[in-house]
Design a protein around this ligand. Structure first.
Ligand code: N01
Length: 539
């Protein structure tokens, strides 16, 4: 690589900072670092900006968080001028928003696409990172920021015979840009998490026959998506800072009413009225009806049973309804938000196969074999999710001090200080990494908080004339212990979910995100700064 300049610390590197990933995290990181006069290069595996909203192009893909609050707030001009059209915009609209942000802030020149990062290596002698892309290009930088996303490493089950299937196989998170026409085809969808729940009703409308393979029935709240009313938009925009602050003060960083009491503190009648009202309103707000869904089985069962009853009321075939009715705790897995999800099973061309006990044995050239039955299909859609939170980092060969491998260090589960940085990996930051609230919160505000923290930290380093930062092992271990301790207080840690890595064969079972809520986490990050970046060693 050419362009060797003396960077801020007087170290010869191509760039001050390399940011891996051009999703919402990587783009805002670039914006902030450029404001600080840093020389930045963003390396992105995909062909455009947007991250999640670039890759997840499956039919029906749309955000399930109210978009007036699932959007950047760092620029008031941006949030005032951008016009969202729907309560839950489609992937196309979110991708257009990402491209608009890149245009508006002139981010394109510093971003490089189709450049998956394969390896990053720290050199103690040079005090810099060398970043290697899959085409063999080497780039050096003083800092490396991993904006690789929590749900970006695709999980593809290792079915025997999958490669010999005679039709086409798609993964929801790697959907062809040109789209797929399922007209007249017999289609299998494997997986009933958020991606399956959103794609199944849309595929069912096109396919000749749709067979859904369900390992675990999920709780799906109706989205009641709709066009945004201009008056409602104007009212939010007029009061944006106060409303954003209110959202940030809530446990999940979302803007919806949070019930602070136990579900058992009210009568059954009152409880069901509350559930019905949240069901009619639609969306993730259902999970905030009461405070003790994750600490009281009794409270949890009231919400579970309410939703199961809804399923029984919607799905006309009682056996299908019972198969769809979730058996696990409510909110054990990420709550799903759908449009006509349960209604889809009333269609003549849709059938549901339970693979919870008799599993998918193999894929034959003509279809999917479950026990003695072969389901003949022309196309298979894998809606089988991600190797969440750690997958994207572990798929890169990250080497820290003395060539220590992140893969090896995280063999038994992730260890990071505040989910922001890792001991033995100096000058490397992670955005919304394991040990931060990330996936349990509204992602964009969480991303902005991390990016701001990292930018401020780099400014602090520059002002104080230091050029190397690394978490102290003790501080990291203390934080990891705290993250695990509070996770153990929640029933969420007793379930099977991607939060725990239980969807990926062989992955250690650790509850990865910080479960103590967004406000408590932000307080902790601020306290660390106020105490002179307590727990970090500078040089
Ligand atoms: O993935 P998932 P996803 N055989 O892991 C099943 C976000 N998101 O892509 O539950 C058979 O939730 C698996 O079964 P089980 C959101 O945070 C957001 O749907 O492990 N089945 C499950 O049913 C979400 O939570 C949005 O028993 C197999 C499904 O595949 C996260 O991304 C939209 C299997 C995977 O569900 C992930 O969602 C989409 C196997 N071998 C995603 N392996 C919105 O904003 C896995 N499964 C709307």
């Amino acid at each position: 690589m050419t362009n060797l300049n003396n960077n801020v610390a007087g170290v010869d590197t191509d760039f001050d900072v390399v940011v891996v990933g051009a999703g919402f995290a990587g783009m805002y990181m670039l914006y902030r670092l450029r404001q600080q006069g840093m020389r930045v290069r963003v390396l992105e595996a995909g062909g455009s900006v947007g991250g999640t909203w670039y890759w997840n192009r499956y039919p029906g893909a749309r955000v399930d968080t109210e978009t007036m609050f699932y959007s950047y707030q760092f620029s008031d001009e941006l949030q005032q001028e951008w016009e969202w059209t729907q309560r839950y915009p489609s992937q196309q609209e979110l991708h257009a928003y990402a491209k608009h942000v890149a245009d508006r802030f002139d981010l394109w020149p510093d971003m490089q696409f189709d450049s998956p990062v394969e390896k990053t290596t720290w050199s103690e002698d040079r005090q810099s990172w060398t970043i290697e892309t899959t085409d063999g290009a080497l780039i050096t930088s003083q800092y490396c920021v991993m904006a690789t996303g929590c749900l970006s490493a695709v999980n593809t089950p290792k079915y025997k015979g999958l490669e010999d299937f005679s039709g086409s196989v798609y993964h929801t998170a790697r959907w062809p840009e040109e789209g797929v026409d399922f007209s007249g085809l017999r289609v299998a969808v494997i997986g009933t998490g958020s991606s399956g729940v959103q794609s199944i009703p849309v595929i069912a409308e096109q396919a000749a026959q749709l067979t859904v393979f369900q390992r675990t029935g999920n709780y799906v709240i109706p989205a009641h998506n709709r066009a945004l009313d201009p008056e409602e938009v104007a009212a939010i925009k007029a009061d944006y800072p106060a409303l954003r602050a209110k959202a940030s003060a809530s446990f999940s960083g979302n803007y919806f009413p949070v019930g602070g009491q136990s579900a058992m503190a009210v009568s059954e009648e009152e409880r069901n009225r509350e559930y019905e009202s949240r069901w009619q309103e639609g969306g993730l707000a259902f999970m905030a009806a009461y405070a003790d869904f994750m600490t009281s089985e009794e409270a949890n069962e009231t919400a579970s049973e309410f939703i199961r009853d809804k399923i029984r009321g919607i799905v006309t075939d009682p056996a299908t309804a019972e198969r769809l009715a979730p058996k696990q705790l409510f909110m054990c897995k990420r709550l799903c938000v759908g449009t006509d999800y349960y209604e889809t099973y009333n269609r003549d061309n849709v059938s549901l196969v339970d693979v919870s006990e008799t599993v998918i044995d193999e894929i034959l050239p003509e279809g999917v074999r479950v026990g003695e039955t072969v389901y003949e299909v022309d196309a298979i859609v894998l809606a089988t999710g991600f190797d969440a939170m750690t997958g994207a980092l572990k798929r890169i060969d990250i080497r820290g001090v003395e060539s220590v491998s992140l893969r090896d260090l995280w063999e038994d589960g992730p260890r990071a200080y505040l989910g922001l940085a890792i001991s033995k990996f100096p000058n490397m930051f992670i955005i919304t990494g394991p040990g931060s609230p990330s996936v349990l919160t509204n992602m964009i505000p969480s991303i902005e908080q991390h990016v701001d923290w990292i930018s401020d930290c780099l400014t602090h380093m520059r002002i104080n004339g230091v050029s190397r930062i690394e978490p102290e092992l003790d501080a990291q271990e203390e934080w990891v212990a705290h993250v695990n301790e509070i996770a153990d207080l929640s029933m969420r840690s007793t379930c099977s979910s991607w939060y725990l890595g239980s969807n990926v064969d062989g992955k250690p079972r650790i509850f990865m995100p910080y479960i103590g809520g967004f406000p408590a986490y932000v307080r902790k990050c601020n306290e660390v700064v106020e105490a002179g970046y307590a727990g970090f060693a500078f040089r």
